[in-house]
Design a binder for this molecule. Structure first.
Ligand SMILES: O=C(CO)COP(=O)(O)O
Length: 252
């Protein structure tokens, strides 16, 4: 199997029309599969600026509700599809931590995306306390199984999984390539118990302080299919270096 690579940029709550435009101009020529997740207010503008490129746009979140209606502040999967958005991040640890999102809620969000043909970027990952308690596999298995139970294994045929250890996000601490690989392999084997083909074709990205100087060693791992990049995706030169490492890591 030849290696695939996918890079996703999670801009989180950063940017402005002017800042986004200059960042997009700097990264526009990148020749690898790339997804940009701006704050929802900027999705239409970013998408417009990416016309004619291979870059795709993602939302950072989606409503769990099935029907439109009185849900102040929410954006539905149907609206994202209407706006030409093809991906949405769900289950990010910041949403789990700061907005109380549970496994069940994340699974509902996955269901909504599935219904409207959007590809979820499903984030899983353990906290530092959970890692120290030896619960890494227990936690990521629980998080991913909640999705499989709700949406069915075939939903993962059109999905991306991102392993983001909470203790590595925005901290400058990265999982070692070997530690990350072990979790990625565990996740792929978990999916393979349901369907080998889906497991083999599933993109499993690593996220958590991916930088220009650690990207290549992460991408060298057999089950790391790219990265979900936060802070470094906001600095053109750093992001370009990560994309370059991704491109040179692809074999076959
Ligand atoms: O949360 C992340 C991507 O979703 C990772 O963020 P950092 O790259 O800033 O650690």
């Amino acid at each position: 199997m030849s290696r695939r690579i996918l890079i996703a940029a999670n801009w989180k709550m950063n940017g402005s029309f002017a800042v986004n435009t200059s960042l997009l101009q700097a990264i526009n020529g990148i020749q690898i599969p790339l997804i940009i997740a701006p704050p929802s207010l900027y999705i239409a503008s970013v998408r417009q600026q990416l016309v004619g490129t291979t870059l795709k746009v993602a939302a950072q979140n989606v409503a769990a509700e099935a029907q439109q209606g009185a849900y102040t502040g929410e954006v539905s999967a149907k609206m994202l599809a209407d706006a030409g958005v093809s991906y949405a991040i769900i289950g990010h640890s910041e949403r789990r931590q700061y907005y109380g999102e549970t496994d069940a809620l994340v699974a509902q969000k996955c269901q909504r995306l599935h219904e409207f043909g959007l590809t979820p970027i499903i984030c899983v990952g353990e906290s530092l306390a959970e890692r120290e308690a030896g619960l890494v596999q227990t936690v990521v298995e629980r998080q991913l199984t909640a999705i499989i139970d709700q949406c069915g294994i075939y939903a993962l045929a059109q999905a991306v999984v991102a392993y983001e250890p909470v203790w590595a996000i925005g901290t400058g601490k990265t999982a070692t390539p070997a530690d990350a690989q072990a979790v990625h392999q565990f996740l792929r084997e978990l999916v393979a118990k349901y369907d080998k083909n889906i497991a083999e074709n599933l993109y499993i990205l690593y996220g958590g302080s991916v930088k220009a100087d650690n990207a290549a060693s992460l991408f060298a791992m057999p089950d790391i299919d790219g990265a979900l990049v936060g802070g470094a995706s906001l600095v053109a030169k750093d992001f370009l270096a990560i994309c370059h490492a991704a491109k040179t890591s692809v074999v076959g």
